[in-house]
Design a protein around this ligand. Structure first.
Ligand SMILES: *Cc1c(COP(=O)(O)O)cnc(C)c1O
Length: 745
């Protein structure tokens, strides 16, 4: 990339008389053209990432930073009287729901920056993740028409590379939009848009609402097959053109990574193409597939493990249903010959109870199966895929998730980046492990870090005031719980803990309480009623506390609207404390925890997901671990009775009573339903997520933070210990591991 040439081009962009949108397009296009003009030849062996979600966030600042021209561009346009910060209004590219989609984005960023040839495939949704507003404390969803105002100048439509995808009842044209990902190498994220009949175009209209509720199954199957088939179709076509129909060498040039099971139809499509179009025998095709595919599991939640009704698949994809059935028989025969016990074969089977288990397809075909944190991989091996692990232990490995320090440190916290530059030079930017060399005991260093944290808190408060119209308490501890709203993430437990603190404050039992602000950000899936009730409950608590003169100078709750990547950038930089309180065993990894740690927040968390590795890196003494471990939870499973538990703990009962005793107005019974989730068998057993069991330990952990925060030097040191021990959680490390251990690129 010719940096000077690009800057010269920007210099020559005429600012006068142009709208912000016009300038946005001109600047972005100049960058894209410059990037693409030097597109290197792809190496022979490449990795391909199949993900139904990419939560990219705003591209503008990130790309200018990657190009190394962000500061200069700001100056150039400031001189023309135009402030680039206007582009903070540009919509996020929110083509993902949460962690899984953001991980895909971080991985693309790291691969390009490290120079690994990793190409992404996905869907170009017309509407991304819904926009969230609160009306009367309740979530209201609006379509995310992200292309409407600002368009998408960071992508290039490639009509010349479109490909047809066939369903029993329609043919759909998949048109690629290529988004260059700039780094040491220029990689491409290729998102397919569905074109054709009105029905066909529906396929790329909406991002699937969530990973935890079942909705529009046929459309979902169409989406999954659509992009998988388009991607596989193109790669196979290109291979045949270049190397002919001998597929033995296909795995030498291609390695596929399935980001969860959403693209497992790619396996079936691959087998279909090789057997039907290119006349390989079924066993030959399976052999090639086994050397090509790999699978990352992201969840053990049963409701998120995809199983598709065979009848449903047969209806729109009869050939694919046939292939999967054949694969089921083929794998079964293989396992029988090996003499595996029947129950284990049943456990690993592709067809189970009239459904295709997409995870079992993935595990069978993949050379490598990985979990996303140590504990998660262990759970995969011991529980979810126990039979497969017993027979194919060599397939399994762990790759703990990571986040890119470019967006989650350099971009969102340039003050902290400068702090490192001044002390370490700039080499740490590419090798994050160097930040370990900061001396956390040095008084001047601590003071400098403390100043930065205060500044980021001030910026966050200003942003929240602008967005939400709420003034945050000054000189307070900022505690953030930001992530999708889900029962297992236990925002509900935090709500009850806040009520506990509220009552104690009001009763004068916490005379030395340091003012504290709880910041929540979370979207609830549109059909996930209980998650929406938790939002409402938290908003009611926020309102109650705000209106209570006895406490409102010391305690505050703010639930920000429309939590997204851009909001996350502000919150992770401006928080003191990171709440990661999932029920042990349920959060596969978490990545929000890593972003907050990287910016120097201490973790109040359970021994779950990557929290375990966070405290391994940063020290248990620098974080606040509480609550039941996986082993404890497992042991409790048959004996835990939340009703008795609450009766035995009046401090718990006092706060759960507020759900039903009229403390809060509840005409439509929403809070009552929340109480039911704790005390009654509903779709889960009573208090399935052990909210009450871990509640008082959470309160204690929060009060311990509150006490220790008073010793500013000590607390700042804990924060800095976290920030400077976060290198392991760089997605550069994760991508390096994938590249070395799985991809061989
Ligand atoms: C990082 C991120 C997530 C994932 O957060 P977790 O705490 O790991 O669940 C979700 N949404 C957004 C916008 C993010 O940036």
């Amino acid at each position: 990339m010719n940096r000077d040439k690009l800057l010269w081009k920007l210099q020559n962009i005429e600012g006068k008389g142009k709208t912000a949108v016009e300038l946005y397009h001109e600047i972005s296009s100049a960058c894209v053209n410059e990037i693409l003009s030097e597109k290197q030849k792809a190496p022979a062996r490449c990795a391909y990432y199949f993900s139904v979600e990419y939560l990219m966030g705003r591209m503008f600042f990130n790309n200018l930073l990657a190009l190394g021209i962000l500061d200069e561009a700001r100056e150039i346009f400031a001189a023309k009287g135009f402030d680039l910060n206007v582009f903070e209004e540009v919509e996020d590219a929110a083509l993902g729901n949460g962690g899984l989609g953001r991980l895909a984005a971080c991985y693309l960023d790291s691969a390009a920056n490290l120079g690994y040839p990793l190409y992404g495939f996905g869907i170009r949704y017309k509407y991304g993740l819904f926009k969230q507003k609160f009306v009367g404390g309740e979530q209201v969803e609006e379509a995310d028409d992200w292309l409407k105002v600002w368009g998408d100048p960071w992508s290039v439509r490639r009509s010349d590379e479109k490909i047809e995808v066939n369903f029993a009842d329609m043919t759909v044209t998949a048109v690629p939009y290529d988004m260059p990902i700039y780094g040491r190498s220029v990689n491409i994220l290729r998102l397919f848009q569905a074109e054709g009949s009105a029905e066909a175009e529906k396929i790329s209209e909406y991002l699937y609402p969530a990973d935890d509720c079942e909705e529009g199954k046929l459309l979902r199957i169409r989406q999954e097959y659509f992009f998988s088939a388009a991607a596989v179709g193109q790669l196979v076509q290109k291979y045949v053109k270049k190397y002919g129909k001998n597929f033995e060498h296909f795995p030498e040039f291609h390695v596929f990574q399935l980001n969860d099971t959403h693209a497992v139809f790619a396996v079936a499509e691959f087998l279909r193409l090789l057997t039907k179009e290119y006349r390989l025998t079924f066993p030959q095709a399976v052999e090639v597939a086994k050397k090509t595919f790999n699978y990352t599991n992201h969840t053990i939640l049963p409701e998120a493990l995809e199983c598709w009704d065979i009848k449903l698949v047969e209806k729109i994809l009869p050939e694919i249903a046939q292939i999967l059935t054949r694969l089921h028989i083929f794998a079964g025969r293989e396992w029988n010959i090996c003499g595996y016990p029947k129950p284990e074969i049943a456990e690993m089977s592709i067809v189970r109870g009239g459904k295709f288990s997409m995870a079992n397809v993935a595990v069978y075909i993949s050379g490598h199966v990985n979990g996303v944190a140590e504990i998660h991989t262990k759970i995969l091996e011991e529980r979810l895929f126990a039979a497969a692990y017993r027979h194919f232990p060599e397939k399994f490995l762990n790759v703990t998730n990571g986040v890119t320090q470019r967006r989650w440190l350099l971009l969102c916290n340039e003050e902290l980046a400068k702090f490192y530059d001044e002390r370490l030079g700039t080499a740490w930017r590419d090798d994050l492990s160097l930040i370990r060399n900061i001396n956390c005991g040095d008084a001047e260093t601590l003071s400098a870090f403390s100043t930065i944290k205060a500044e980021k808190k001030r910026q966050l408060a200003a942003y929240i005031e602008k967005k939400e119209g709420v003034k945050l308490l000054p000189d307070a501890i900022y505690i953030a719980q930001v992530k999708r709203l889900h029962e297992y993430k236990r925002q509900f437990m935090t709500a009850l803990a806040i009520l506990r603190i509220y009552f104690d404050l009001k009763a004068g039992k916490l005379p030395d309480f340091t003012p504290t602000v709880f910041i929540f950000g979370a979207k609830a899936a549109g059909s996930y009623k209980r998650a929406k009730e938790i939002i409402l409950f938290l908003n009611k608590i926020a309102e109650r506390i705000a209106n209570d003169e006895d406490v409102n100078a010391r305690l505050q709750v703010v639930f920000v609207q429309n939590y997204d990547v851009s909001y996350a950038e502000k919150i992770v930089a401006g928080s003191d404390v990171s709440l990661q309180v999932s029920t042990a065993g349920f959060e596969a990894s978490g990545t929000g925890n890593m972003k907050l740690m990287m910016n120097g927040a201490v973790t109040v968390g359970t021994m779950d997901g990557a929290n375990i590795e966070i405290v391994e890196e940063a020290g248990k003494e620098n974080n606040y671990i509480f609550g039941a471990s996986v082993e404890e939870i497992n042991a409790l499973e048959n004996t835990y009775d939340p009703i008795t538990f609450a009766e035995e703990h009046p401090r718990i009962k006092r706060v759960t009573d507020t759900l039903t005793d009229g403390t809060f107005e509840d005409a439509d019974g929403k809070l009552k339903d929340l109480a039911s989730s704790l005390f009654k068998q509903t779709y889960n057993r009573a208090d399935h997520y052990y909210v009450l069991y871990d509640l008082l330990p959470l309160v204690d952990a929060l009060l311990k933070v509150n006490e220790e925060y008073k010793d500013k030097t000590l607390f700042t040191k804990k924060q800095l210990e976290n920030a400077t021990h976060s290198a392991f959680f760089s997605s550069d490390r994760a991508i390096q591991t994938y590249a070395e251990k799985i991809w061989g690129i």
